[in-house]
Design a protein around this ligand. Structure first.
Ligand code: SF4
Ligand code: SF4
Length: 340
């Protein structure tokens, strides 16, 4: 592993270097306290020290709205959209968001591979950055530490006066070639502790979830829930979508569009005939949590929640997925589950 020292005043040099070689997406200030990944036009606008972005980098590979195809009703033909490989440098990505992309890679590759996502993922380079956990992050509890470099081509770790820049892959080395930086020979910066935790590992959560299907926490957590779906829409590992055909006003053609959807929304489980098979908020809440800690995790062994804390930070009712899981854990501890 090669490590360099990047002085704080030279962060803009790093961004410029990347912009000369690739399209760069990085965190930018959005509001007084919010941040968003956006295409970088001004190196000085990049913010590397931020708690979390509104959305993850998922939006560049799975856009919130995309046209899948256009159809022509006059001759019954269609033309599918042609997504472009991103080939971009994603700078300043937190470890949990890179982990989320790796989970989405699994979702969109396993079984019937999904072309649009996989094409957009091609050539993406990740330059991660460490973060200081706030009261919402709990990624350490799902095995993702702030300085976890998995999936990154290079990684920045904050120091008082700059960053340690680690080059991790040949792609990272090639991309950063020519950026003259002194080597870093100091100690590893101290790790920042998490304030929020889930109290048992995934290896025990699946069994706990098995016992919790009728638990009162689902109804309790739903008392203040308004079913807005924000928790789904900000989640970096949620990947459900809706597909709708829109016929042009001339009725000669139209388009097929895909848009993000979320299991907390009533319409998500509405089927032909108007039946809604998860009508109640408790059932939707349970489904959301089991999607993160059981259904996919039982087959892959890893939680599908990466502990970013976005769903709690953005929830208008302050509903915390970590608190829901810990409530289940606490009750299961009082009624011990059989050893695995
Ligand atoms: S963001 Fe909060 S209020 Fe909205 S659906 Fe999710 S849990 Fe319910
Ligand atoms: S469930 Fe919540 S904490 Fe977990 S990855 Fe999704 S948004 Fe982040």
């Amino acid at each position: 592993m090669v490590r360099f020292f990047l002085e704080r005043d030279r962060v803009a040099d790093l961004v410029k270097h990347l912009m000369e070689r690739r399209t760069v997406y990085a965190p930018h200030r959005k509001g007084r306290r919010s941040f968003a990944f956006a295409r970088t036009a001004d190196p000085a606008a990049v913010v590397l020290d931020y708690p979390r972005t509104l959305h993850s980098v998922k939006k560049f590979f799975l856009p919130p709205r995309e046209e899948l195809l256009r159809f022509d009703l006059t001759d019954d033909t269609f033309a599918a959209g042609e997504p472009e490989p991103s080939g971009a440098a994603f700078l300043g990505v937190h470890s949990y968001d890179v982990a989320a992309v790796r989970r989405l890679d699994h979702n969109f590759s396993a079984g019937n591979a999904e072309r649009n996502y996989l094409v957009r993922r091609q050539g993406a380079v990740f330059i991660g950055v460490g973060f200081e956990p706030d009261k919402f992050h709990f990624s350490g509890s799902v095995g993702i530490e702030p300085d976890d470099t998995a999936g990154c081509d290079a990684f920045l770790t904050k120091l008082l006066d700059g960053y340690v820049l680690e080059i991790l892959t040949p792609t990272g080395r090639e991309l950063l070639k020519g950026l003259e930086l002194p080597p870093y020979e100091g100690n590893d910066p101290p790790a920042h502790p998490f304030q929020q935790h889930i109290y048992v590992p995934q290896s025990r959560l699946g069994r706990i979830m098995d016992k919790s299907y009728e638990h009162p926490v689902w109804a309790e957590a739903s008392r203040t829930c308004v079913g807005c779906g924000t928790c789904n829409l900000v989640c970096p590992t949620c990947y459900c979508f809706d597909v709708q055909d829109h016929v042009d006003i001339t009725a000669t053609g139209g388009s097929r569009e895909r848009t993000w959807d979320g299991c907390m929304l009533r319409g998500f489980s509405e089927v032909a005939g108007g039946e809604v098979f998860r009508e109640g908020l408790p059932e939707r809440q349970r489904h959301r949590v089991l999607r993160k800690f059981k259904y996919l995790s039982d087959t892959t062994g890893v939680p599908w929640c990466v502990g970013c804390g976005r769903c709690t930070a953005a929830c208008p009712a302050g509903i915390s997925i970590a608190n829901i899981v810990n409530r289940l854990v606490g009750d299961a501890e009082r009624t011990p589950v059989a050893p695995i």
